[in-house]
Ligand binder design. Structure first.
Ligand SMILES: Cc1cc2nc3c(=O)[nH]c(=O)nc-3n(C[C@H](O)[C@H](O)[C@H](O)COP(=O)(O)OP(=O)(O)OC[C@H]3O[C@@H](n4cnc5c(N)ncnc54)[C@H](O)[C@@H]3O)c2cc1C
Length: 465
C-alpha cells in the first residue's frame, strides 16, 4: 500500500542506525533521505565527533613529542603541519563515509534519496532536490534531522574570520590567536586542540564555569586549572555582547563588562540549533517541547504513532551514541520488537587531555533526587599505571546510594577517561553496587584499577584511606 515500510529523514547517527536495524529486522523497503551531498554519517562523521577526534589525535601526539624529554626521549624540531593534519583527518572521514555508504547501507539495500524532506501527512513526504519536487509514501517515518551550529547575528559569523565549528574544523593553517565564545564541549575541545598546536587561545562564556553541563564544582575547577596551565585564558560568567572584524582584520570580541579581546580568528560555539523548522511538524500537530524538541515516548514515538523521532531533535544530551541508540529503539519498535531506552544512563566524554567523562548523577543531582549519598574520590597519582605513564593529573569520583551502595553516577577526569567510564555505565545500567566493582579482580597494572580502588575507598576497604 505504501512505497516504503520505513523512511528515515536525515543520514546522521540516528537515521543511519534506524535504517540498518529496520532491514536487519526484516523490513524490505527502507529508504534514507538526506539533502547534503556526501552527507552520510551526518554531523558526527563530517562536522563533529570524528573530525574533532582525528585532529585532536595529531595534537596529542605533538604534546607527547614536546613532553618526550620527561621520559628520556630527545626530539628536535617537531612542529605541526596543519595541511598534513587536515589531510589525515579528511582521509579518516572519507574512509568512514565510504564504509557507511557501501558496506553498511548499500549492502543492506537501503534506498538513498537526495533532497530536503517535509511531512505532508502522516504517511506522505515531499522531497525537494533543487527544482525537482516529488513525493514518497511510507508506513513508518523516523525524523532524524539533527542540529546545526547556532548562528546569532551579534557574532557576525562570516565563515572566514569568525567561524562556527563547521568551518574551523577545516582550516589548513594555524592562526596566531583565537577567541572562542562558548566553554562547552565543542569550545573546550577546540580550545585544547589549538592551544596544544601553539595557538594563543582565549575562551569566554556567560556561564561561571567551563563545561556548563557538568554539575560538579570540583571537576570543572580542576579542568579549568589544567587548561590554564596549558596557557588557555578564560573569561567566565560574563555575557558576550558581540564579535566583529575590525579594519585591521582582527576579530574583536566585546564582553558585557566592556572587556575587549582581540584575536586573529574567532569561533562561535554557543550551542546547536535543532532542525525542526520547515519539516511539517506544526502542520501535522506533532507535539514539541522546550526549544522545539520533538516529544517522544520511550519507544521514540511522537504523538502520531507511525512517526518516530530520534537524535538531537529530541530531549536529552546531543550525542551521537544517544542518537544511534534511539534509532535502534525506534526501528525495533516499528518491527514489533519491544524496546525501550534508558535516558538516565548516557555516558558523555570531552576529549581534552586529560579526558573528562561522566555518567549518571553527580552528588548534587543525586541529593536533589532525595538520595543520601556516599561519595569517594581517588586521584590518578595513587595508580601505578598512571604513574608509569607519567599521567597522574585527575581523579575518579563515584557517587552511590548510602543505603543500598548502588552506584548512581561517576566522573572520570583523567587519562583514558572515556574508556574508564564504561565500567561505571554498565554498573549503573545493571543496578550494580560499589561491592560489585570493588570485589572484582582488575588486571595490574591498569588505569582501571583506580575504578576498583575508588569503590573500595567508598566502602572503607582501601589500603590508603
Ligand atoms: C564539533 C562537534 C563535535 C562533536 N563531538 C561529539 C563526540 O565526540 N561524541 C558524541 O557523541 N557526539 C559529538 N557531537 C554531537 C553529535 O555529532 C550529534 O549528537 C549527532 O551527530 C546527532 O545525530 P543525529 O542523527 O541526531 O543528527 P545529525 O548527525 O545532525 O544528522 C542529521 C542529518 O539530517 C539532515 N537533514 C536535516 N534536515 C533534513 C531534511 N529536511 N531533509 C533531509 N535531510 C535533512 C542533515 O543534513 C544531517 O545530515 C559533536 C558535535 C559537534 C558539532
Amino acid at each position: 500500500m505504501y512505497e516504503y515500510d520505513v523512511v528515515a529523514i536525515g543520514a546522521g547517527s540516528g537515521g543511519c542506525a534506524s535504517c540498518m536495524r529496520s532491514v536487519d529486522n526484516g523490513k524490505k523497503k527502507v529508504a534514507l533521505v538526506e539533502y547534503r551531498k556526501g552527507g552520510t554519517g551526518g554531523t558526527c562523521v563530517s562536522r563533529g565527533c570524528i573530525p574533532t577526534k582525528a585532529l585532536l589525535r595529531s595534537a596529542e601526539v605533538y604534546a607527547e613529542v614536546k613532553n618526550a624529554k620527561k621520559l628520556g626521549i630527545l626530539v628536535d624540531g617537531a612542529r605541526p603541519d596543519m595541511k598534513a593534519i587536515q589531510k589525515g583527518k579528511n582521509q579518516v572521514v572519507t574512509q568512514l563515509k565510504f564504509g557507511l555508504d557501501n558496506f553498511l547501507l548499500k549492502s543492506r539495500g537501503v534506498k538513498r534519496i537526495t533532497g530536503k524532506a517535509r511531512l505532508l501527512d502522516p504517511h506522505t513526504i515531499e522531497i525537494t532536490d533543487g527544482d525537482k519536487v516529488s513525493q514518497i509514501t511510507a508506513e513508518n517515518i523516523i525524523i532524524a534531522t539533527g542540529s546545526e551550529a547556532v548562528r546569532i547575528p551579534v557574532f557576525n559569523i562570516d565563515g572566514k574570520k569568525i567561524m562556527t565549528s563547521d568551518e574551523l574544523l577545516n582550516i589548513d593553517y594555524l592562526p596566531k590567536s583565537i577567541v572562542i565564545a562558548g566553554a562547552g564541549v565543542v569550545g573546550m575541545e577546540i580550545a585544547y586542540l589549538l592551544r596544544t598546536l601553539d595557538v594563543e587561545v582565549t575562551v569566554c562564556d556567560l556561564a561561571p564555569q567551563v563545561l556548563p553541563l557538568v554539575r560538579d564544582k570540583d571537576t570543572v575547577d580542576a579542568v579549568k586549572k589544567t587548561m590554564e596551565k596549558y596557557g588557555i585564558k578564560f573569561y567566565l560568567g560574563q555575557g558576550i555582547n558581540e564579535m566583529h572584524v575590525d579594519e585591521e582584520d582582527q576579530v574583536v570580541c566585546t564582553l558585557a563588562d566592556e572587556t575587549v579581546i582581540k584575536a586573529e580568528i574567532g569561533l562561535v560555539a554557543v550551542g546547536r540549533a535543532i532542525n525542526v523548522k520547515g519539516i511539517g511538524l506544526e502542520e501535522l500537530g506533532i507535539e514539541q517541547g522546550p526549544k522545539g524538541v520533538i516529544l517522544v515516548n520511550e519507544k521514540m514515538q511522537t504523538n502520531i504513532p507511525n512517526i518516530y523521532a530520534v537524535g538531537d531533535i529530541t530531549m536529552g544530551p546531543q550525542l551521537s551514541h544517544k542518537a544511534q541508540k534511539q534509532g535502534l529503539t525506534a526501528a525495533d519498535n516499528i518491527c514489533g520488537i519491544e524496546s525501550r531506552i534508558n535516558m538516565d544512563v548516557i555516558p558523555s566524554a570531552t576529549f581534552i587531555q586529560p579526558e573528562v567523562a561522566t555518567v549518571g548523577l553527580t552528588d548534587a543531582e543525586a541529593q536533589e533526587k532525595g538520595y543520601e549519598t556516599l561519595v569517594a574520590k581517588k586521584a590518578f597519582s595513587s595508580n601505578e599505571k598512571a604513574l608509569s605513564m607519567r599521567e597522574t593529573n585527575g581523579f575518579i569520583k563515584v557517587v552511590a546510594d548510602k543505603n543500598s551502595h548502588r552506584i548512581l553516577g561517576t566522573i572520570v577526569f583523567g587519562p583514558q577517561g572515556s574508556v574508564l567510564i564504561e565500567e561505571f555505565s554498565l554498573a549503573i545500567e545493571k543496578g550494580l553496587s560499589l561491592e560489585d566493582i570493588a570485589l572484582s579482580i582488575h588486571a595490574h597494572p591498569t588505569l582501571s584499577e583506580l575504578a576498583m580502588e575508588t569503590c573500595k575507598l567508598a566502602l572503607g576497604l582501601a589500603f590508603d584511606k
